[in-house]
Design a binder for this molecule. Sequence first.
Ligand SMILES: CC(C)C(=O)C(=O)O
Length: 544
Amino acid sequence: MPITRRIEEVAARRLGVKFVGSSDPTPDTDASNSFLFGDHPATRSLAEATDVEFLDTTLRDGEQAPGVSLTPAEKARIAKRLDDADVSVIEAGSACTGPGERETIRRVTSLDLDATVVSFCRGVRNDIDLALDCGVDGVDIVVPASDRHIETKVGTTHEQVVRDTVELVEYAADHGLWVEVLGEDGSRADLEFLVELMSAAMDAGADRVCVPDTVGHATPDRMLEIYAALNEVGPTSTHTHDDLGLAVTNALVGVAAGADLVHGTVNGIGERAGNVAIEEVAIALDHGYGVGTLRTEELYGLAELVANSTGVPIAPNKAVVGENAFTHESGIHTDGTLKDDSMYEPYPPERVGRERRLVLGKHAGRAGVEAALTEHDVGVGEDELPEIVSRVKELGDRGKRVTDADLLAIAEEVRGQERERRVELLDLTAASGSGTPTASVRLRVKGEERTAAGTGSGPVDAALTAVRGALGSAADAQLEEYHVDAITGGTDAVVTVEVTMSRGDRTVNVAASDADITTASVRAMVDALDRLLAYDEDTVLADD
Ligand SMILES: CC(C)C(=O)C(=O)O
């Protein structure tokens, strides 16, 4: 018996379900739920889960991540993008937090979105009143569910929790609100009690119930047990956390057991290890089972917006939206990708609003280097290519990212070509402090010196204004990406600034290092401009 089959059977035995899956790793949208769920009577094939929708809690649970605080304008912008992506329910915040939060929730409700906008409420009537004041469509009411929460945290009894829940649900429903009841720490609660509590909530008029895996403790089989039981009670939602790295799997198990609303956050931000990432569940359903939910092409824009607004960067290796998710460096992968786009990708990057990138580094190979040179209109001879590849690898070996500018400089050197610079930075002075940041630059433009000054939102911006002043319309390039890395620690650190700039259909990325961040930034930008202008000899530089 093949080893993979043995592993699947052992796993299936441990989960107490029967193995029915296949070890074929290619997605099969007609497949039933593989070996995890087997033919458990309470599960459906995920390919049939076409009713699944999302409740996004980036603005509530996501904002509870340490250090995250969103302004009303940021929350409104994110809510609009969530709506554009077809998120069905947006948890805009907790009205009980204070007047600022209420103002923010009002701002979201006044956007007149297609999505249902809800406020998170503790199990107290006043929270529902505050939510009503904000004009929300619904409420998420959280009540304690595990013994730990009922007895130690709240200091009440199971009977009282049921009575309070019924009263709160009736109150909210009587006020015309969409009502979801969340049993906090539900994955550690007694299952019989969960069923009693949630049945009472549904009888009192709740629209749906949810058993949050509050501390990310649930295993897939525990999820299956809970949701198989809860689906007898009414419509259910999942709310999974990633403490065991199981958030996506657990959400999918919940869905297989019948849940039709998945709670999650953009980029998976949230308390501790975070919530399930909505983009991961959406793409797993889309690619793995052929089930469309969100408008997936909106996912990357959304991820960037949330990362920029929250200050929580996206890990480069993060699924779907990480920088490396569609970036190929190694020679073998680049070569394969150049032969067939999908050689090393499960689905095309465009599906999630992204582009594929081939980059160079220590693992570069001939095909990748040659393709990168061709992209810059540089053709090299058979005798030159091996030397260029070896120098690219050498640079990569020194731990450096190999930029377009590095590659072009290597090619020029190997080919014995002198680079003719049209624009060169000679001098830069920048001042910032309590006043308006200002900068002046001295450039050599086609052999002649030019000076210009400018102001901006910071010294780098001011210097760029000055550069644009000196070059006139030739400086009409766009700054696409700006990335700063400190190479050494401490305040005397050398920083490397990497910029990607584009002009027309040309793009280059260039890096520059200096102890001064403004100098490194302006050098990189001027160098990028010079490279871009080289593609277009006819460009007239101001004062030409
Ligand atoms: C429902 C609430 C309290 C929650 O975010 C959780 O339990 O994770």
